[in-house]
Design a protein around this ligand. Structure first.
Ligand SMILES: [Zn+2]
Length: 98
């Protein structure tokens, strides 16, 4: 029996800069790593560092961190991996193998 196979399609994750803007973060600074006010604690000045190339993030104050926008989306919204991937449009049927 053939069943649809679903998996994370990492290439469909949103582009980090656009994603973080959509999440209400104001990114400041220049270069690959930008700063923003951390949404995981009551941040009065930008403690969160965001890597625009991979989407990785790390807060220098509260320690929140992750390797991509999917990890951010899970933590920010309390979602499981698959739920977050679905919301971001990256949980897709895998194409058949040739
Ligand atoms: Zn923080």
């Amino acid at each position: 029996m053939n069943r649809a196979r679903f998996a994370l399609r990492r290439e469909r994750l949103p582009e980090p800069a656009a994603y973080y803007r959509d999440q209400g973060l104001t990114l400041s600074g220049r270069g690959e790593w930008r700063s923003a006010r951390c949404p995981f604690h009551d941040d009065r000045h930008p403690s969160l560092r965001v890597d625009l190339a991979r989407g990785a993030f790390r807060c220098m104050a509260c320690g929140a961190h992750g390797g991509d926008v999917l990890a951010f989306h899970q933590q920010r919204h309390g979602l499981r991996f698959i739920e977050a991937a679905m919301e971001l449009g990256a949980w897709q049927a895998t194409p058949p193998r040739r």
